[in-house]
Design a protein around this ligand. Structure first.
Ligand code: ATP
Length: 555
């Protein structure tokens, strides 16, 4: 048995892994068998990005709703007929959990008769062999791949193959799906599948497509990496007008879409993972009339996607307004505002903003201001024992970054002057080594006298004392070296730490008094930190900078 669980664990993102665990737990608590199915299994085997997670349970998936919601999942649709839930897990992980079911098509164009079934029967109702595999998530058989149609061989051969001769007749949306998968993977249709597809096209099977399937396919388009490429293929095959009679490639804002792709790439490189689907739909329908856009929105099953799409312009306008206002009066405040904004909004605004000031600020946020992080004197901070092991470290690192951003620490000397009072006290010297054997008692008796000698280098009169002091000092030096060593690791960690902290939290609520202080020119007076580490530095950027990082409140 191939160890697909290992592959699963290594291929899923941490958020996806958490979602899988949550589903396993919920299914276990409800006494249901659970399987990973559909595209996720295909993508695990092919190595393509795992875009969403499809689970199949032997039982009524609707019963898992409460348990999953308690674990933080949002339910965006529940289908009583197929007993399935559309979910978004924390981190924006899209998932669907459905009841294992059989589907019997009795009349062309009519929905199938649905009945609860085993997982193998469920796989029989699927569209293509590469999508008709299941991976057991159950104790005892976890990792077992169920592949009754030999989808793995078709993945190997890079072929899209239907499960039987009536696949397109039973559900014509499979022809649209076939075009989508052949375009995405650049895999051709298998010969007989191609013949069935052509025959389906000629015989107008598509006229019998169910409206719910149209909605599914509009939604899926939003998640394609090359959505415009798929849209073009749909147009060529005649499927685009099925999704909406007035939709064409001429109605796409291609320049906007291309800018979106580029900026998304740039954000990905900076560690952000914005959900681009709403913006993709926005640009794909850029020149389509309002009524048609409203029709498309109505058809989409995932309501959180529709809401995000609808809200894009208003949310971007709000963010632009804030970026033009007092809240973003300084680089540090702009940084905090953009860090706390949803990455989706930053992305959309970066692509659509008309005001020069707004685009410039976003540009600085992506490029110039990040370089300021290099000015945080990490080696010196390590020497000062200001390392990530300190509880206050994220706040200190963030404060330094904010002051550097605003030009309030203009040199290394100023920065160190700010940092020095924040350094924790040196660790106490280790206890002097005890002597074994006969002299031990005498040595123990001498200890109180020896310790101050070791510590201060004064007063010691006996010959032994300096020797002991040296012995005691060695481990202390080692301890410092060790902490400096950690500091090297911390060096790598420190910049992201500062970044993460800056990313975290809500926009800072300015305290006026502090704000004025912070605005004072540094030339006259170097910013003075408070004397103790625990105290708040006087002129640091205000607010909740010390909050733990949380990249985004995505979706
Ligand atoms: P993607 O990578 O686009 O998400 P996917 O295969 O996961 O691909 P979904 O639309 O999420 O696509 O569907 C999940 C699974 O449900 C499919 O893999 C397939 O097994 C099944 N499925 C979806 N639509 C159909 C259909 N029209 N007929 C039969 N099975 C379908």
């Amino acid at each position: 048995m191939a160890d697909y669980i290992y592959t699963l664990e290594t291929r899923l993102s941490p958020d996806q892994q958490k979602a899988v665990s949550a589903v396993i737990d919920a299914a276990k608590a409800a006494g249901m068998n659970v399987y990973l199915t559909g595209g996720a299994v295909r993508d695990i085997i092919t190595g393509f990005t795992i875009r969403d997670l499809d689970f199949t349970v032997q039982g009524n998936a609707l019963k898992l709703q409460k348990d999953l919601e308690r674990g933080g999942a949002l339910v965006s649709d529940a289908d009583d007929e197929t007993r399935s839930l559309l979910l978004t897990f924390p981190g924006g992980v899209r998932a669907e959990i459905g009841m294992a079911r059989s589907e019997r098509y009795e009349k062309t164009g009519k929905p199938p008769v649905i009945a609860p079934a085993t997982i193998i029967e469920d796989l029989r109702r699927r569209d293509f062999t590469v999508n008709a595999m299941a991976l057991s998530l159950n104790e005892g058989s976890r990792g077992l791949l169920m592949d009754p149609f030999n989808g793995a061989a078709d993945i190997e051969a890079k072929l899209i193959r239907v499960l039987h001769n009536y696949a397109f007749l039973e559900d014509p949306s499979r022809m649209i799906r076939a075009t989508r998968f052949t375009t995405r993977f650049h895999w051709p249709l298998e010969e007989r599948t191609q013949a069935r597809y052509e025959s389906g096209k000629e015989n107008g099977y598509i006229d019998h497509i169910r409206s719910s399937r149209i909605g599914d396919e509009i939604e899926q388009l939003a998640y394609e990496d090359d959505a415009l490429g798929v849209l073009k293929a749909y147009e060529k095959e005649g499927w685009l007008k099925v999704l909406n009679p007035r939709w064409s490639t001429a109605k796409v804002d291609a320049a906007g879409l291309s800018a979106l792709t580029k900026t998304r790439q740039q954000m990905n490189e900076l560690g952000y993972a914005p959900d681009v689907a709403p913006a993709v739909l926005y640009f794909l329908t850029g020149r389509l009339g309002e009524k048609d856009v409203a029709d498309l929105r109505r058809a989409i099953p995932r309501k959180d996607l529709v809401t995000a799409w609808k809200d894009l312009e208003d949310d971007a306008r709000d963010l632009a307004k804030r970026l033009m206002g007092k809240e973003a009066a300084t680089p540090s405040r702009t940084w905090q505002l953009l860090s706390s904004a949803r990455p989706e909004m930053v992305l959309f605004l970066a692509v659509t903003a008309r005001q020069q000031a707004v685009t410039q600020k976003i540009k600085n946020f992506f490029t110039k201001w990040r370089q300021v992080q290099q000015k945080i004197p990490l080696p010196e901070m390590t020497e000062l024992r200001i390392t990530p092991q300190m509880a206050e470290y994220p706040k200190i690192a963030n404060d330094v970054f904010m002051l550097l951003l605003d030009g309030k620490l203009r040199s290394r000397t100023e920065t160190l002057k700010f940092l020095k009072p924040l350094a924790p006290p040196p660790p106490p010297p280790p206890p002097a080594p005890t002597k074994r054997g006969r002299g031990a008692k005498a040595a123990a008796a001498a200890l109180p006298a020896a310790a101050p000698v070791a510590g201060k280098g004064k007063k010691g009169k006996g010959k032994e004392a300096p020797v002991e002091a040296a012995a005691a000092a060695k481990p202390a030096v080692k301890a410092i070296e060790a902490s400096a060593g950690k500091g090297v690791v911390a060096k790598a960690a420190a910049a992201p730490a500062a970044k993460d902290v800056a990313k975290s939290g809500k926009p800072v609520q300015a305290d006026k008094a502090q704000e004025n202080k912070a605005a004072k020119p540094v030339a006259k007076k170097v910013v003075k930190p408070a004397a103790k580490v625990t105290a708040k530095p006087k002129a640091v950027a205000k607010g909740k900078a010390g909050k733990p990082a949380g990249k985004k409140g995505k979706r």
